[in-house]
Ligand binder design. Structure first.
Ligand code: ASP
Length: 292
């Protein structure tokens, strides 16, 4: 597929029927937002942050405004962004007082010498980020209505800019009712996302299973070994099936704009945006137009 490309997912999970239309519209809108940023001259990082913020701003996913509380009734958010060209990432874990942990993850990447900041340190860094005017405080309230999925619906994206530079990003509140302080795969480099100058992958689903096989890293490694992204996804899904109890999925892209995905859950909403506009979107992307 010609560059640039924005590929978005809304979690490997199962959504209740009444939310299907809204969820699909949300991933389509996020892909459009991310693509618009590129068209206006923004970087891959700008695009990925805007894409994830768009999803965090809806109440549809277990991320951002739609976050699910842990066992103690508290919200803890994880997010990561990885710049493949620089092989650098920023991540926050179990941060409590933000709606957009993706922006804080980018702050970690761009304004600190570190890659991962957790818990109270991340909350403190969030206050510093706001004071510095790096991003605005969000004032929107959290919804209290019933859940619209039966699982967890982390959000993620891969952006391939016009030069073939890859950025991958993801944001989640993890599984509702999880142990306080639990961190899944999402903000862990190599598990939740991985990107280098060759390819990028973004995983979603049962974090404890994804962590066991460092899923995003192995997917990218297959491409480094000469496999296409389509083959890399197939191989990764095979490892997931053989070595774990599964319930996960991933999206992938390479620096040429080839894209692919795999999932073993009932749903994994995705949207793909390219120069031709919205190229594809589906809640059950079995017919995703994978390119080599
Ligand atoms: N992988 C995330 C976690 O375990 C959940 C998800 O992708 O929906 O925290």
């Amino acid at each position: 597929m010609s560059l640039p490309v924005v590929l978005v997912h809304g979690g490997a999970t199962k959504f209740k029927k009444e939310s299907h239309d809204d969820v699909l519209k949300a991933v389509e809108r996020a892909a459009e937002v991310g693509f618009c940023v590129l068209e206006r001259g923004g970087s891959g990082l700008d695009s990925a942050e805007a894409t994830i913020r768009s999803l965090e701003s809806t109440t549809l996913f277990t991320a951002g405004l739609g976050a699910e509380p842990n066992l103690d009734g508290e919200i803890e958010l994880d997010a990561i962004v990885m710049d493949g060209n620089r092989l650098e990432s920023g991540a926050v874990m179990a941060v409590q007082n933000t709606v957009h942990p993706i922006s804080l993850a980018r702050y970690v990447l761009e304004r600190t010498p570190n890659a991962q900041i957790a818990g109270s340190g991340a909350d403190k860094l969030y206050r510093k980020m706001i004071q510095e005017g790096y991003r605005e405080e969000s004032t929107a309230g959290r919804p209290t209505g019933p859940r619209i999925s039966e699982g967890c619906d982390t959000v993620g994206c891969i952006v391939v800019d016009a030069n073939g530079y890859l950025v991958a990003a993801s944001s989640t509140s993890g599984w509702g009712g999880m142990l306080p302080g639990r961190v899944g795969d999402t903000p862990v480099i190599g598990s939740g996302v991985y990107a280098n100058e060759i390819a990028a992958a973004c995983s979603t689903g049962r974090g404890e299973q994804i962590l066991r096989i460092v899923m995003s890293r192995i997917a990218v490694h297959y491409v480094e070994d000469g496999f296409s992204v389509t083959e890399a996804v197939q191989k990764t899904m095979r490892v997931l099936r053989e070595k774990t109890t599964g319930e996960a999925g991933l999206i992938m892209a390479d620096s040429q704009g080839n894209v692919s995905l795999g999932f073993d859950t009932p749903h994994m909403p995705v949207a793909l945006h390219g120069e031709a506009g919205l190229v594809y979107s589906s809640l059950t992307p079995d017919d995703f137009p994978s390119t080599t």
